[in-house]
Structures are given as C-alpha cells and as structure tokens.
Write a protein that binds this ligand. Structure first.
Ligand code: TPP
Ligand code: MG
Length: 319
C-alpha cells in the first residue's frame, strides 16, 4: 500500500479516537444528550473497511456510527453539531448520535433499530444491480445483530439475487451487557454465511491492514463475480455500551478491559508504521496537534450553531 494511504488511515483512526474522547467530555458537560455509543477500541474495523471502498461505494451502519461517518469523509464540525442537536448538524440536529447521515459522501446512516440497516443495505445493493450501477454496499453491524430475523432474510436474498453487498459484523463480544457466549449457539459468526452458501471471512478487527485486505477481497468478489460476503471482524469496545453504563460494569471485569487495551488498534498500527519508517514520532506529534485543533474547532462550531427552528418538526417526515 502507498505510504500516503497508510498515513491517511492512521490519521483517521487518531481523529476518530480524539473526536470521541471529546464527545464523552461534552456528554459529561451535558452539551450532548440522549443516546450516545462510542466506537473507542473498534477504529481499525471502520477505517480498514472504508479504505477498501471505491468512490461511489456506499456504507450503512448501526447506531455506533461516529467513526463510520468520519471515515467516510464526513465533516467533523457537522458531525459534532449533530451530536449537540444543532441545525448545522449532518441531520439538521434532528437525528443525533444514532442517526448520522451524509448521502453525498455515501454514508446512509446511522440506524437505531438493531438489524434495521440490513434490509436497507440489501435493497441498496439490489438497486445497484437493477440499475446496472457499479457500486458496492458495505453494511456494518454488531455481533448482537446476527440473531435477528432481518439478518437472515437479508443474507438469503443477497445470495439468491447475487447482490453486491458486504455484511460486516463488528464482534466486540457484547450486546449491551450480554456476552456473545450467553447469546449465541455459534461463536464463529462467519459460519452464519454457510446457510446461504455465501463467501465468508474472519479477521482480526484490531489490525487495520488485515481488515482492509478482507474487505478489498469482498469488494472484488462483489464487482467481478457479483457475489455478497459475510465478514466477522473480532474487536473490542474499551468504553461502556453507551454513555449510560460505566466502563467496568458487572458484566465484565476491569482486568478483562485492561488486558484488551493492550491490543489498542491505534498503538498496534502506530508501532507497525514506526518500525517500517513510514511514520516518525515528529509526525505523530504533528497529527496529534492538528487533530486537537480540528476537534476543538468542531466543538466551537457546534457550540455557536443555532438550535433547529420549531418548523423543522414538520419537515422531512413521511406523513
Ligand atoms: C430491535 C431492537 N431490539 C433491541 C434494541 C436495544 N438494543 C440497543 S443496542 C443493543 C445491543 C446490540 O448489540 P450489538 O449488535 O452487538 O452492537 P454493539 O452495541 O455491540 O455495537 C440492543 C439490544 C434495539 N435498539 N433494537
Ligand atoms: Mg456487540
């Protein structure tokens, strides 16, 4: 991979991390309200996957979506403004954390209903095939999603109709407070593809380059062979399920979280790039400084932006 692209991926992971650390702080200060799910620890999955997409490809995900929209090139200022519920937000302050959207950048949300994005992703891929448009749809979900009927109905149709879609399970080992082992009869989640005779892969979700590799293969499979893929990326979230539960809750031990933090995807990638002499300590410092400013500017923009007008209650609704 080109040096430029490696550095872009590193920088994006760092931006997402610092953006969300600041988000947590703003939440604590009650600048942000409602549901808010942080992606901290999982950055390698979103960044690696998006780096494998081509211009025009589309991405749709669940509510843990801050990192996803940023990776797709969403404007940090408009994303932060959305978290603040301001009119300048990506969804005009009406969606909030779980409903970030940027269709121009190819990002189709931001969905609060577990598995709600899967039928939509499948329909988007159907539209691409039907209209003979050369694009792939990437659909991210948590591992808690695979037990929903919509998951199975979507996979069946995607394979039956040979749709250009990539289903990406971000297995962070917990669905709220329930560990995978207590919720699933099968722990090797890519096996779910076998029922639909679909291509599958399992990947270390803490390794951004490994994620990039498997998603690239899936993009090729979708475009060249017209075949869907199911990928399981094994990752971990370092924070609570949402801002309403503490990091070390009763469902997992402090020791477990500390052990997992040794696999910090940003530090792993940083070490790799330093060893390969792609990155230098000076560049790390430069990125940190630049990103700090980007994030503070985003907060400042959100803070100064107006709230939506009352009339907005009646726009962009179905009835
Ligand atoms: C249909 C539906 N059922 C229940 C919920 C409540 N809920 C919100 S998040 C969540 C857990 C999902 O876990 P997972 O898919 O692993 O995603 P993660 O939060 O780990 O990213 C549940 C049950 C919901 N949002 N939608
Ligand atoms: Mg999960």
């Amino acid at each position: 991979m080109e040096k430029k692209k490696l550095l872009e991926m590193y920088r994006m992971m760092l931006l997402i991390r610092r953006f969300e650390e600041r988000t947590a702080q703003m939440y604590g200060m009650q600048k942000i309200g409602g549901f808010c799910h942080l992606y901290i620890g999982q950055e390698a999955v979103g960044v690696g996957a998006v780096a494998a997409l081509r211009p025009g490809d589309q991405f749709i995900s669940a509510y843990r979506d801050h990192g996803h929209i940023l990776a797709m090139g969403g404007d940090p200022q408009a994303v932060m403004a959305e978290l603040f519920g301001k009119a300048t937000g990506v969804s005009k302050g009406k969606g909030g954390s779980m409903h970030l959207f940027d269709v121009e950048k190819g990002f189709y949300g931001g969905h609060g209903i577990v598995a709600g994005q899967l039928p939509v992703a499948t329909g988007m891929a159907f539209a691409a095939k039907y209209r003979k448009e050369d694009r792939v749809v990437l659909c991210s979900m948590g591992e808690g999603t695979v037990h929903q009927g919509a998951f199975h109905e979507s996979l069946n149709l995607a394979k039956l109709w040979r749709l250009p879609v990539i289903y990406l399970i971000e297995n962070n080992r917990y669905g709220m407070g329930t560990p995978l082992e207590r919720a699933s009869a099968v722990w090797d989640l890519s096996q779910k593809a076998c029922s639909y005779d679909m291509a599958r892969a399992t990947v270390d979700g803490m390794d951004v380059l490994a994620v990039h590799q498997v998603v690239s293969e899936a993009v090729t499979r979708a475009t060249r062979d017209g075949e869907p893929t199911l990928i399981e990326a094994r990752t971990y979230r370092f924070r609570g399920h949402s801002m309403s539960d503490p990091v070390h809750s009763h469902y997992r031990t402090k020791e477990e979280v500390e052990e997992q933090k040794k696999q910090d995807p940003i530090l792993i990638f940083q070490d790799h790039l330093l060893k390969k002499k792609v990155l230098t300590q000076a560049l790390v410092k430069q990125y940190e400084d630049e990103i700090k400013k980007v994030v503070l500017d985003a907060v400042d923009f959100a803070e100064k932006s107006p709230l939506p007008e009352l009339e907005e209650l009646y726009t962009e609704i179905y009835s």
